[in-house]
Structure formats: C-alpha cells, structure tokens
Design a binder for this molecule. Sequence first.
Ligand code: GAP
Length: 451
Amino acid sequence: MAENNKLEKLVSLCKRRGFVFQGSEIYGGLAGTWDYGPYGAQLAHNIKDIWWKHFVTNQENIFGITTPTIMPEGVWQSSGHLSGFTDPMVECLSCHNSFRADTLLPGGMGFNPKIWQSNLPNCPTCGAKKWGQIKDFNLMFPVDMGSSSSSIAYLRGEIAPGMFVNFKNILDTLHPKLPFGLAQIGRAYRNEIAPRDFLFRVREFDLMEIEFFLKEEDWQTHFEFWKEEMWKWIEKVGIDKESVHELEVAAEDRAHYSKRTVDFEFDYPFGRKELYGLAYRTDHDLKSHSNGSKVDLSYFDEETKERFVPHVVEPSMGHGRTMLAVLLSAYTEDEMDGEVRTYLKLKPAIAPVKVAVFPLLKNKPELVKKAREVFGMLKKEFGSVEFDDNGNIGKRYRRQDEIGTPFCVTVDFDTLEKSEHAVTVRDRDTGRQERVAISELTTFLKIKFNP
Ligand code: GAP
C-alpha cells in the first residue's frame, strides 16, 4: 500500500466507522481539535487503562495522581514556559499563511536562522519565497480566571508541572523513599502554529507521563530501565516495533532542562517523526519550583542523613500519537473471497469491541432469541460486546473487520437443532471459522484473548 495515501485511507475509515471526527465539524471545524466517536473513545480508554496498569499499578514505586489543567502564572514562570515554550513562526508575505519555520527546513529538528537564510524554502501553500521576520510564538493558552483580571492563569502546555508541585504533598503524606515516581494521564494544550497530520500535531491532547525522582548518581540506571519499559509498552499496545527508532537527541536540539533525551520516532506515512520522549531533566524542575514558590522541595535521606534535591528521569508518551501509531500499525488490506478487504489488526486487549454476535437471519425470531442469549452471556464476561443484525453476514463481517473486532459469533439453524448447540466463531485476521459449543464459548474466547 502506498504510504502517502495510507493516512488518507485511515482518516476516512476513522470517520466512516465512528472513531474520529473533526472537532466542532458542523461549525466548519476547529483546526487542531478532533472528536473521538464511540469506537475512538473506547480505544482511547483501553489504551489509557493498559498504560496505567503497565506504568502505575504494575510498578512498585509509582504513585498515580491527577492535577488540574489550569495552573497559575507563577508555575509557568518557574517552569520556563512563559519565556521559552515557543516555536519559530514565519508568515508567507504572498499568501499570508503562517508556518513553523523549523518544519520547512530539511531535517526537521531545531531551527537555525543561518540555515534558514541560506536555504529559503518555497511556501508549501502558494510556492512563493517571500517570507516575513521569524518570530518566537508562545504556545501557552492564557485563561481569564474569575471576575477580576488579577489572577492570570494558563491551560497547561505540559502535565509535568502538576507532578512537580505535588512532590512535597507526596513526601509529607506517603513518605516514600527514593527512587519513586509520580504518574499522570491528562490533557495538555498547545497553541500550535500549524496543526497537521491528523492526530499527530493537535492543539489539545492527552499525555501519559512519569516524573521519576532519584539520586543524581543513579540517573543512568533508571534511564535505561524506563527505556526498556517504553519498548515493552510499545509492543504491548500493538505499535509495530519495526517502525519505531530511537534517536539520541543532540545537545543543541534538547530542551533547556535536559542533559540527555532519547526520542522514540515512528515511521508515519508523512515521515519519521517523534512518537515519545525520554528525558533526564536533572534537578532543574524541583529547584525552579522551589525558587518560584519559596517552598523547600528537597528530600532527606534517612540512611545517609543527607538533604538534597532529587533528579528526575521523565518518560513522556503522547496519547493521541499512540492512537495514531496503533491505528497505522493495525491498518491492513488483504484479499478475501476475491475482494480487497480492509481491517484493523488491533490487539484484543485494546480493540473497542471484543466480540460481535449475529443471528444468521434477522427475521427468524428463534435465531434472534438464541443470539441475544449468547450476546448476554458474552457481554457479562467481556463487557464490550456488540449485537448486530443489520444487513447480510458479509456486510456485518466487513463492518466488524474495519472496527477491529477480533471475533464474530454467528448463531444459525444448526445451533438450535444440533445437540452440541455450537455457534460459528470467525477469526478477524484469517477469516477462518470454527464451530464451538455455547457451553465452551467463553473459555474458548478467553484463551484466544490471552494465549
Ligand atoms: N513533559 C515533557 C513533554 O511534554 P514534549 O516532547 O513537549 O515533552 C511529550 O511532549 C509528548 O507529547 C511527545 O513525545 C508527543 O508524543 C506528544 N505531543 C507533543 N506535542 C504534541 C501535539 N501538538 N499534538 C499531539 N501530541 C503531541
């Protein structure tokens, strides 16, 4: 399949089947925002649930928290977002569209004014080469709070500060020993100059992130540990590992707080670009927030009787980019029964629908009754189970294939008439069908889901 139209096909499937719609579509759409329809929302929840299990509940020393998306100006002054959370913006003087200047240069990472001047690109919209001055454009969204304008606040551009400002609360309440981490899943907002490429660059998205606090001398060990956990996660969630590549980010391209950053890049149809990041943030954040708030954010080591500010390793994973990489990895076309078939090869654990149940014919009450019984039994066990009696069986298979349902169960006349009361179970990936007795169906599917 040509990579350049794979994205178009995926976007079309996502709309056709109720995964993702343009945000505020009936008002003409709001750039950089996307609505998740029923299957997208379920997929999104499944990804978050598995992330939480992998990175929080399955770990010994990670505490999950949730913090507000609005934080006061002081937080963002300390974190450096008000001064440094900017992208280089440039306006085409011919068509007056604005662009992120760094994305117009070959290579993509970082922005070098000298390279810009000596390689002036053509405007991607109108082709002209007439550019205005490069400006630093701040990505933070200010918020008017309350009735007086004295309290300036911002929608968070990162979720990390919510964890740094809670460091002391956690020390005072849970008294954890280093190393330990705070984890959070939540919304971040960035006023991106040019949102693009579907879920890749948007203005509002969820982040799944850990701030792991440690002793300075141990940072490399923990950095390697979290790198391995991120690889395990990539496999677990069903992102094609062959399409993911580590990139050691050069010093000049790293965020000001980072002493080492490894990006996990993914081969999207529009090029190899960042999926996730892993950064060693040193003691920069706790020190900055301690200075800004005038609250001591140091740690006292009972064993060595030393007081110091912990250092931080931060695995940071964008949820929307996870959705995109998962969907691109799952999107498959093959040939079945002489026709091109499209399906999402999603792992059962994240598939929005685990099983679909059909009566062979809609107008035979005895088939419908039995199918509804089977549906009720499976729904109790697997939750996300669908009953479908629309159209013919072929159409129902095509629909379930496109939403990535791993198994379809059909109740037919043999189910009613033959002594074993078997149903047909069809495997999404192979299209193979086998007969399974209703009494064994739940166990059969459980084994298929967790081989
Ligand atoms: N706390 C670190 C941090 O926020 P970041 O590299 O700015 O680091 C983290 O963002 C992750 O958020 C990225 O690796 C990417 O997955 C995702 N991300 C960043 N900007 C995004 C955008 N505009 N749209 C969608 N996802 C984005």
